[in-house]
Design a protein around this ligand. Sequence first.
Ligand SMILES: *Cc1c(COP(=O)(O)O)cnc(C)c1O
Length: 370
Amino acid sequence: MSTTKLLFTPGPLSTSLTVKEAMLQDMGSRDDAFVQAVKAIRSELLALAHVSKEDGYETVIMQGSGTFGVESVISSVVGKNDQLLILANGAYGERIATMAAMHQLNHIVVRCPENEIVTAAAVEATLQQHPAITHVACIHSETTTGLFNPIGDIGAVCARLGKVFIVDAMSSFGGTEMDMKAMHIDFLVSSSNKCIEGVPGFAFALCKRSELEKAKGQARSLSLDLYAQWAGLEASGQFRFTPPTLSLMAFRQAMQELQQEGGITAREKRYRNNKAVLDAEMAKLGFRQYLDPAIQGHIITSFLYPADPAFHFGQFYEKLNQRGFVIYPGKLGKTDAFRIGNIGQIYPDDVRGLVAAIGEVLAEMGVKVA
Ligand SMILES: *Cc1c(COP(=O)(O)O)cnc(C)c1O
């Protein structure tokens, strides 16, 4: 077996051995163990968001990566006579704008710079100006930079003005407490391979049932039909098309490990500790961060390239990779930066190991950071 690499990325992430072991048994999609696992996953995901079926919420699992889940919601819940407002301050907001254009939805995109959050006041002003807007879509943890948009405040504006609120909480759900009802979120999307620490294979949407029911018959895609997927799961406990059985078994195990760790509160604490170690150790090396700490989340951090012309990201990445540390390139419009994630099965000592390796690699490359 090749040596284990630690992934300091926004997903897929490092997972525990026991999560990987949960995939060792072939599993038919009608096997009772599988059907029960899916049922437990669907109800426990709601509990993680502090809601339940009794409260009027539902979980829909969608095969594919996280984007499939977002596209399923966007292309299913915005009706012909509806209008979608997309709040974009990074690549993932732009991705929703691309989906809206491809599905020919009535939509408006409000953009703000990548190093600024979307404010509730700006959302309110836009909603006042465009009363035809029915739905609002926003990214929580904008993985492009690592900032957290204030979804609680934006949700309050949406609730007050009667708008359906869709949140891409892909890289934050499970890594920070979120109460769907208190935050007025109608659709919350995340995936198997982010903060719940499963392996890739599916996305999930937590949905307010009364809004989900309105999506009946209005999807623009067969395979991404959110309502039909839900109806299928409800009727028979089965997926309409082949489910990622082993990924779901791994996820069931990952959810149990999240509980054993102490739930989302404990996981958030570990991620915040990782982030504190990363910040302190990278600052010692002289690295500067892209974002104002006031808007920076604890999931992923963007570091500016050192100004020294001896720095080449490709070489830097490869030398770290050879040492077993996988980091992530930047995705910013104008600024050169790379990203380091704090999520997955990584602990403060792993972060110290990574930053020590970064120091060695810079010395080897002859790069002076500050
Ligand atoms: C990871 C991520 C996604 C989904 O990406 P996939 O590559 O499709 O899994 C969507 N939004 C955000 C904010 C993400 O971090």
